[in-house]
Write a protein that binds this ligand. Structure first.
Ligand SMILES: [Zn+2]
Length: 219
């Protein structure tokens, strides 16, 4: 596809003596972009074709039928139309996109590398205006309001993650004070809590020269 573009631009003989380097550079960049977009779209299509037509809901596990779906996705040096599949869980009353998790994509239409660039620019530059300009310079088409929205969204996700860790930490502290050691074995919002087997000593009775881990968390 790159060769076609070159032929269209310069003919079979290549550029004439009047063509400057800037024109060649523009044609070559456009050809590379076209190649990247074509490659990514083909790979996404091939992967989507492998997905079975029914997929389990990530929340409740109900098997739901999937339908073809496409959306615009901004990748590094490419704007692609992502071919994927969409499903609707009638029990949870929500849509889900079974291919996105393995791809490392989410509801933002940006690849991880582009998202990282946007968030880094938003953190580094004094204003969203400058951050937007920096991102645009790296050939990513984005508006200032989009940069602002993504930076706030990712910031909120980080705060939520920090709060989740703080709750877990408090739960552990509480457990060590009451002498009951909970063990998360999965399932449910907080996991099922299993208390320690009765009769086992709470604190290791073995003498230790160096404490390598909390005595209330023996393995
Ligand atoms: Zn569900």
């Amino acid at each position: 596809m790159g060769q076609d573009r070159l032929k269209r631009a310069f003919g079979d003989d290549g550029p004439g003596l009047d063509v400057d380097f800037r024109a060649m550079e523009q044609i070559a960049t456009a050809a590379a972009r076209g190649l990247t977009e074509g490659t990514l779209e083909l790979l996404l299509q091939q992967q989507a074709d492998k997905l079975s037509t029914e997929q389990p809901c990530p929340a409740c596990g109900t098997l739901c039928p999937t339908t073809p779906h496409t959306r615009p996705l901004t990748a590094d040096g490419a704007e692609v139309e992502q071919t994927e599949r969409k499903a609707h869980c009638p029990d949870c009353r929500r849509d889900f996109f079974p291919l996105r998790t393995a791809l490392g994509l989410d509801e933002h239409g940006y690849s991880s590398s582009v998202l990282e660039r946007i968030v880094t620019a938003a953190a580094r530059f004094a204003s969203f205006r400058d951050a937007t300009f920096a991102v645009q310079m790296s050939r990513v088409g984005i508006s200032e309001s989009q940069v602002r929205r993504l930076a706030h969204k990712v910031g909120a996700e980080l705060v939520a993650e920090r709060d989740r860790k703080a709750v877990e930490h408090r739960r552990r502290q509480l457990a060590s004070r009451t002498g009951v050691v909970p063990e998360v074995v999965g399932g449910g919002r907080w996991g099922r809590i299993r208390t320690r087997a009765a009769g086992r000593p709470l604190v290791s009775t073995k003498p230790r020269t160096r404490r390598t881990r909390s005595p209330v968390w023996p393995r």
